[in-house]
Design a protein around this ligand. Structure first.
Ligand code: DC
Length: 224
């Protein structure tokens, strides 16, 4: 079964996906980590973020691998081309660069292929922006998770502080979230959008546990 969770950055997708997967005994696929890895590789190689052909090449050629831990829904590490980038893809530098990379159709095509291959291998909670619309249009459960800009910035700051990586400056994070939403929603190729058949959940006024319960209920109903 595929549980697709789409929504803007900081809506709580990662936390919620992990707990939904844990509760259902599924694995998690964080597709944002794949776009981040391609952005990291581009910066590492000194490739211009305006060079769509070169970015597409990186997405096609470099292998992105998730290292899973038995019994844990989320992978322990992510690597690209054999280099562990688990922490490196969470820096403010990548936050600022990744939406340019994610707007390139050739990058999306290459990563969507990989995502479909991974998802075909079992039960996954897949989080991203285009999972219910493009990657898995037949997903059994589709959720579009949102929250207010301010709440999303607060959560992202807390998450960065906990991880010890990325900006913890609220104003900087809020500005970045707004800029990224704008880019992710207005790009021509697979913009951030709710699928027509997605269940919309505004998490501003719910705890993560409440949202997890709602999504697990949807999954259990879909399995019947
Ligand atoms: O979820 P995140 O913040 O790690 O995502 C990083 C970037 O990748 C963000 O700009 C949106 C983009 N993205 C995307 O375009 N499609 C996806 N399926 C996942 C992420």
């Amino acid at each position: 079964m595929i549980v697709a969770i789409d929504g803007p950055s900081g809506a709580g997708k990662s936390t919620v996906s992990k707990e939904v997967a844990r509760s259902l005994g599924f694995s998690c696929l964080d597709t944002g980590a794949m776009y981040r890895s391609v952005a990291w590789q581009a910066l590492e190689l000194g490739v211009s973020l305006d060079d769509a052909a070169a970015l597409g090449d990186i997405a096609r050629r470099y292998d992105i691998a998730f290292e899973s831990v038995p019994g844990e829904p989320s992978p322990r590490a992510v690597s690209i081309g054999g280099v562990d980038v688990t922490r490196a893809i969470r820096t403010a530098r990548i936050d600022r660069s990744v939406s340019k990379v994610a707007a390139v159709p050739a990058v999306r095509e290459a990563l969507v292929d990989q995502q479909r291959r991974i998802g075909a291998g079992g039960d996954y909670v897949v989080e991203g922006r285009d999972i219910g619309t493009v990657v898995f249009p037949n997903a059994e459960v589709k959720v579009f998770l949102t929250a207010s800009n301010e709440e999303r910035a607060r959560r992202r700051v807390a998450q960065n502080a906990e991880r010890g990586v990325g900006s913890t400056d609220y104003d900087e994070v809020l500005a970045d979230i707004i800029r990224r939403d704008e880019r992710d929603s207005s790009r021509a190729s697979s913009p951030l959008a709710a699928a027509d058949d997605a269940v919309r959940i505004d998490s501003t006024c719910y705890s993560a546990e409440e949202v997890v319960d709602m999504i697990c209920d949807l999954a259990r109903k879909a399995a019947r």
